[in-house]
Every structure is written in structure tokens, then in C-alpha cells.
Design a protein around this ligand. Sequence first.
Ligand code: IDP
Ligand code: MG
Length: 139
Amino acid sequence: MALQRTFAIIKPRAIKNGHVGEIISAIEREGFTLHGLRMVHLNKELIKGFYLEHVHKTFYSELEESMLEGPVLLMVIEGEDAILRWREIMGVTDPAKAAPGTLRRKFGDDLTRNAVHGSDAASTAEREVHHFFSAFDLV
Ligand code: IDP
Ligand code: MG
């Protein structure tokens, strides 16, 4: 076990659907602490830089559109094994296939609008945190 930070996003549709409180409650209930929190309406350039590995995939335009639908909440959360544990709490990418009780199952609308993001590895978390947060924004 190691204390880690991971990067999470509450995606636009989950905010529109009024799930911010429930998602942040889940973060606190699981014993994570918040170290960065920003509400931003992203633009195409920021989304492209963030989802670099997906830019050339067939679903990218839909993914981009879904992330432009409204503001997002960007979060840095800390806890024991935070990277893996946050992925478990989110559930797998497709809400229809995610386990009952996971955030994506409860709050996701479809494969693209799946409520939340979480980094998939330590190196990714580091890159994603610094894509959106300066040292000044982190506590
Ligand atoms: P992850 O968010 O579970 O790590 P990734 O494969 O990294 O999943 O994909 C990034 C995001 O792109 C997903 O969260 C989802 O919003 C969207 N996405 C992934 N695969 C598809 C797809 O096949 N069709 C449409 N959207 C997709
Ligand atoms: Mg991913």
C-alpha cells in the first residue's frame, strides 16, 4: 500500500444531471482527501492534450463533443492506492458493463458520457494532474 494521488474528472453530463454531490460524497466516504478542485469549461485544445492517446480513434469526435457539453470538475484526490482504487470505484468504461454500485453504473448515461474519469497509472496521473493544475493550485 502506498499513499498516491490520482486525477479525476466529473464529466459534463454528470454535472448537468446533478450528481456532483453524490460523487464527491463517494470520494470522502472511501477515505480519499481532495487536494485540487477546479471547475472549467474545457476547449478543444485542452481536451486534445488530455486525451492524446485517443485523438486518432473513431470515437474521438464524440468524446470531444461530450467533454464540451458543459463545465467539468477537475480533481486531484489522495489516498492509499488511489489510482487503482478510484478505477475500481468508477467501474469499467462502459456503464452498462460496470459492476452494480460503481459510479459509472449509477451515474453514467452511455459509453462516452460515463460520468467520471480516473488516471490509469502513476505516470498518467502525474501527467494529467499537471495538464490542468499548477503547483499553486494544489494543496
Ligand atoms: P477509461 O476512461 O475507462 O480509461 P479509455 O479507453 O481511456 O477509458 O477512454 C477514454 C474515454 O473515451 C472513456 O472514458 C469514454 O468516455 C470514451 N470512450 C472510450 N471508448 C469509447 C468507445 O468505444 N466509444 C465511445 N466513447 C468511448
Ligand atoms: Mg483511460
